[in-house]
Design a protein around this ligand. Structure first.
Ligand code: NDP
Length: 250
């Protein structure tokens, strides 16, 4: 498949994990990809380039509006105006609610939800002007509630509300807005969770796999494939939706 020829995509938090897999997938299908992260993006960019794709890396903190505006302007001048935005940057700061600090609350809201607001608001100006755009944001199964994740669940539920509303407001300008809500995906984020609860990543994955109908945890590429579908014209009449990618878990 080559669904993104002549398209420009911006992927946030793309130095590793789901963001890196998404950047690779979009580039493999022809997109020129702006690989954004607050840390070094060289590895993702090198992998895309080695595979014959087009990518440029940018340091961008999605919580900082000035950083987002400056970076998106730079990507527009380097690669072209964005057709696709993937709001992927995310963090966890888990704790039980009775002791959840205000700092852990606001930091998680700031990256996972306000970051998506900044990026979508800057990107939509380009998209509305060109009457074409696809915004896909990362929610989570935790939006339905998850012990120790009141901050993260609130942020990821917020992504679903933001998505539904942007679909209404931007639909008239031919901008599709959707979200994906992964279950447990094997990345550095879930490895850190395992570490926090005193388990190895392997043991933690085995525990989660046992309660997942498909009998295993997910891989970043499996989420990237769904994001690519929603970012493509194959999903041209899909907007305002959150698609769960969780191995059948209820
Ligand atoms: P990772 O931690 O592997 O990657 C997230 C990336 O986002 C990191 O490179 C991180 O940088 C970057 N990042 C963090 N804060 C910012 C910021 N302020 N500005 C720019 N980049 C930032 O996570 P995953 O790949 O696992 O997760 C990707 C997305 O998917 C997240 O939104 C996550 O909430 C969501 N998700 C993940 C699930 C999973 O099971 N893995 C399940 C459901 C949803 P740094 O390393 O410096 O923090």
């Amino acid at each position: 498949m080559h669904r993104f020829t002549d398209k420009v995509a911006i992927v946030t938090g793309a130095a590793q994990g789901i963001g890196a897999a998404t950047a690779l997938r979009l580039a493999a299908e022809g997109a020129s990809v702006a690989v954004l992260d607050r840390s070094c993006t060289d590895e993702t960019v090198a992998q895309i380039t080695a595979a014959g794709g087009v990518a440029l890396g940018y340091v961008c903190d999605v919580t900082d509006r000035t950083s987002v505006q400056t970076t998106f302007d730079a990507t527009a001048s380097d690669l072209g105006h964005p057709h696709i935005l993937v709001n992927n940057a995310g963090i966890t700061r888990d704790d039980l609610f009775f002791r959840l600090s205000e700092d852990d609350w606001s930091t998680v809201l700031s990256v996972n939800l306000t970051g998506a607001y900044h990026c979508a608001q800057v990107a939509q100006k380009f998209m509305v002007a060109q009457r074409y755009g696809k915004i896909v944001s990362l929610s989570s199964r935790s939006a339905l509630g998850n012990r120790g994740q009141a901050n993260y669940a609130a942020a990821k539920a917020g992504i679903q509300g933001l998505t539904a509303t942007l679909a209404i407001e931007l639909g008239p300008y031919n901008v599709n807005v959707n979200a994906v809500a992964p279950g447990y995906i094997a990345t550095a984020m879930t490895a850190a969770t395992a570490d926090r609860v005193g388990m190895t990543a392997e043991d933690h994955q085995t525990m989660v796999a046992e309660r997942t109908p498909l009998g295993r945890v997910g891989q970043p590429e499996e989420v990237a494939a769904v994001i690519a579908f929603l970012a493509s014209d194959e999903a041209s009449y899909v907007s305002g939706q959150t698609l769960y990618v969780n191995g059948g878990a209820r």
